[in-house]
Design a binder for this molecule. Structure first.
Ligand SMILES: Cc1cc2nc3c(=O)[nH]c(=O)nc-3n(C[C@H](O)[C@H](O)[C@H](O)COP(=O)(O)OP(=O)(O)OC[C@H]3O[C@@H](n4cnc5c(N)ncnc54)[C@H](O)[C@@H]3O)c2cc1C
Length: 488
């Protein structure tokens, strides 16, 4: 079979590699000039900046993919566990380092709220169960319909998975201290919604955080894209870069070719890994669209972001590899993302300093900083706004770490809503897909299988199982397995 994969994110590359290994002829069409999608990077003046994901969680998902092809993670990069996992700045002066070690974590909880480590232990046991069922069962279901979830093991577990209560209420039963609550609710930020609207099922993310650990691939996150690309090439996948899919030819209810401005690629099957909305609404003609504009307009998106990349000509102090500046009003910022979209008045933000772990990410004596502020999607952005927020970040960093880095900046680059749209064809400039609310989970997500075209499947963060690197890697594999089962 001749298969065209549109997009070379990890979702597209995992599907491509599996299908090529099964003997199919696979071509990946990628709009940009390199593989990886949102695992993007740029280099300037000896600094190597990762432009997308920076948190490496659930290492076993990456490893399981590599093992399908006879490799392990260490064949591609050295993975180091960060300790502390991250640092959180609260207001007033109170910084907490999250230890990687469970015993130290218990001590931290008991120091802040005596007796809370016992409740944390029970919470993490239940999170471990959710993680196991979630990763063994749920994420591997293509999500075509509710019937997939009707088998007895899954039905039995539904009650224990707590689909109908919120993560916020579950966390409240473990700790009262507002700082510990923020720490336990923080992983939900990856899921693109508030703790009040995220099902308690997703405390499985706390398991990934506090038990599974926060890891870092030496050489930077782009090493993941390089590993997937290498595997694809070894399986015989062909890549066409700077080749955006801009249209299709049809033969009844089948796609017969994918068109780029330079070529038309005849095919038997298409897997679209580009943002689902872009292909569905901008590339397919109305008759073949899976969803309406109204459907897409009613989706709750995960936030967009303002990203700032800074190269400093000196080393920093009092920062860790991952730093969460939670010294602001959490509820107000969430409200300005989800309920009343606007540029935030008192934002939380995140600072990553990979050069603290990996000196190769910056020239000697220098530091590489990546700053991220979550934002409502589709806001108007401008360089004046970017500069205004950078000033605010620098003053907060100065206040909390006691150092002024303003005059040490030798490289500076912004990336925000407009860039997300231009670079990735991202729907409303989202950074990581749809929010994981109850009504956008599993079979309620945009469907992997097209109902209008018999040879079109979708893979990646906007379909099942959802956003983030591990789910997107799984999504590509599920799409490939679907296709292989169909043609078995
Ligand atoms: C700033 C940021 C921070 C993040 N942080 C984390 C993190 O710390 N940890 C984590 O696990 N996840 C994180 N994520 C999420 C994670 O990066 C994504 O969920 C994942 O990379 C999505 O992979 P994908 O394969 O679904 O899609 P993508 O990576 O978006 O790939 C889609 C590809 O399709 C291409 N494309 C678009 N239109 C066309 C077209 N018409 N023709 C051809 N190609 C096209 C795009 O150029 C892109 O290469 C983050 C994302 C961002 C943006």
């Amino acid at each position: 079979m001749k298969i065209i994969v549109i997009g070379s994110g990890v979702g597209g590359m995992s599907a491509a590699a599996m299908l090529a290994r099964a003997g199919h002829e696979v071509i990946v069409l990628e709009k940009n000039d390199k593989p990886g999608g949102r695992i993007n990077m740029f280099e300037e003046q000896g600094f190597r900046f990762d432009m997308g994901p920076s948190w490496y969680w659930m290492p076993e998902v990456f490893d399981a993919f590599y093992q399908r092809f006879g490799y392990t993670t260490t064949d591609f990069y050295e993975l180091v566990r960060l300790d502390p996992s991250y640092k959180v700045f609260f207001d007033p002066e109170d910084d907490i380092d999250l230890p990687a070690d469970r015993v130290d974590l218990d001590r931290l909880f008991d120091r802040i709220e005596p007796g809370s480590s016992k409740r944390l232990g029970r919470f993490l046991e239940s999170a471990a169960y959710k993680y196991q069922v979630g990763m063994d069962e749920f994420v591997w279901k293509p999500g075509h319909s509710i019937t997939e979830f009707m088998d007895s093991r899954v039905m039995k577990s539904l009650f224990k998975l707590k689909m109908l209560s919120s993560i916020s209420s579950e966390v409240a039963s473990v700790v009262k201290d507002s700082r510990l609550r923020r720490i336990m609710e923080f992983p939900v930020l990856f899921l693109g919604s508030t703790p009040q609207k995220t099902p308690a099922l997703y405390s499985l993310m706390n398991y990934a955080d506090m038990v599974g650990g926060t890891w870092y691939p030496k050489g930077g996150m782009y090493e993941i894209a390089k590993a997937f690309y290498k595997i694809c090439l070894e399986q015989g996948v062909q890549f066409e870069f700077d080749s955006a899919a801009t249209g299709f030819d049809f033969d009844g209810t089948r796609i017969s070719a994918v068109k780029t401005p330079a070529n038309a690629y005849a095919c038997d099957q298409v897997i679209s890994n580009a943002d689902y909305h872009h292909i569905d609404q901008k590339v397919l003609p109305t008759a073949y669209r899976q969803y309406t504009k109204k459907y897409w307009d009613s989706r709750k998106l995960a936030p967009s972001s303002l990203l700032v990349f800074l190269g400093l000509n000196k080393k920093v102090k009092n920062l860790r590899h991952h730093n969460l500046f939670f010294d602001a009003n959490f509820e107000l910022h969430a409200d300005e993302i989800y309920n009343d979209p606007q540029w935030p008045s008192d934002p939380l933000f995140y600072v990553c300093v990979p050069s603290l772990t990996d000196p190769d990410m910056a020239p000697e004596g220098c530091e590489n900083l990546f700053l991220l502020m979550p934002l409502a999607p589709d806001l108007q952005d401008s360089s004046a706004t970017h500069e205004k927020y950078l000033k605010l970040f620098l003053s907060r960093i100065k206040a909390r770490t006691g150092q002024d880095i303003t005059d040490s900046i030798v490289v500076k680059k912004f990336f925000s809503v407009t860039d997300f749209k231009q670079v990735y064809n991202s729907f409303r400039g989202n950074a990581y897909g749809l929010a994981n609310t109850l009504t956008q989970t599993a079979f309620l997500k945009p469907q992997m299988k097209s109902r209008k075209l018999t040879n079109l499947l979708y893979a990646g963060q906007l379909t099942t199982p959802g956003p983030g690197l591990p789910p997107s890697i799984i999504s590509g594999q599920v799409a490939a397995l679907e296709l292989m089962n169909k043609h078995a």
